[in-house]
Design a protein around this ligand. Sequence first.
Ligand code: HEC
Length: 167
Amino acid sequence: MTARWIVGVGVAVAMGGCGNEPGAGTDSGGGGDTGGTGGAFDPLYSDYFQTCRSCHMPGAWGTHTGIERTLDFSTVETAYQTLTTGTASGLVGNDAACNGVRLVGSSYETSLVAAVLDENVHAAFNDPDHPGCDADAIPDMTVKVGFPPSGAFLQALRDWIDAGAPR
Ligand code: HEC
């Protein structure tokens, strides 16, 4: 009788512990946007765009002369704002031809952010106002990240841009 009672308490304590810990441990991806908005852009950020912040955020800029400086991937909010309202800046050399090009344009094919991630957009990129910003001038950011985005991510990025880049 006594032994069975002790086992019962042990199970109850163990289950209580399990119930508390996973919730506390899965918050690390939240960054500065605790709670989030559940917006359309959030999955794109958590899936791949957050990897860009190792270089494209204010604290990281000093070490890269000639890096693209409009983009700020510090948080999902700054990423959304700089992508959807900004044009490329700070680029030097060959890449300077892309300064002034919209990061998210009116379509997937005319968005510089798609051209640095999707080889098909990259190959055909053509902005009449910035003729020098072509496949030779645009770098491949998947190499900088270290791994390519999934096909599902690129499709979701296309759908998001074609929907008007909603927050
Ligand atoms: C290791 C640092 C690094 C990472 C990570 C990185 N970038 Fe870049 N990015 C650069 C540098 C440096 C440039 C300037 C061009 C160059 O030197 O290749 C640049 C340029 C760009 C440009 C301008 C392209 C042009 O026409 O020159 C865009 C857009 C861009 N990055 C987006 C991104 C996105 C989106 C990600 C994440 C998926 C990302 N970058 C990840 C360093 C990085």
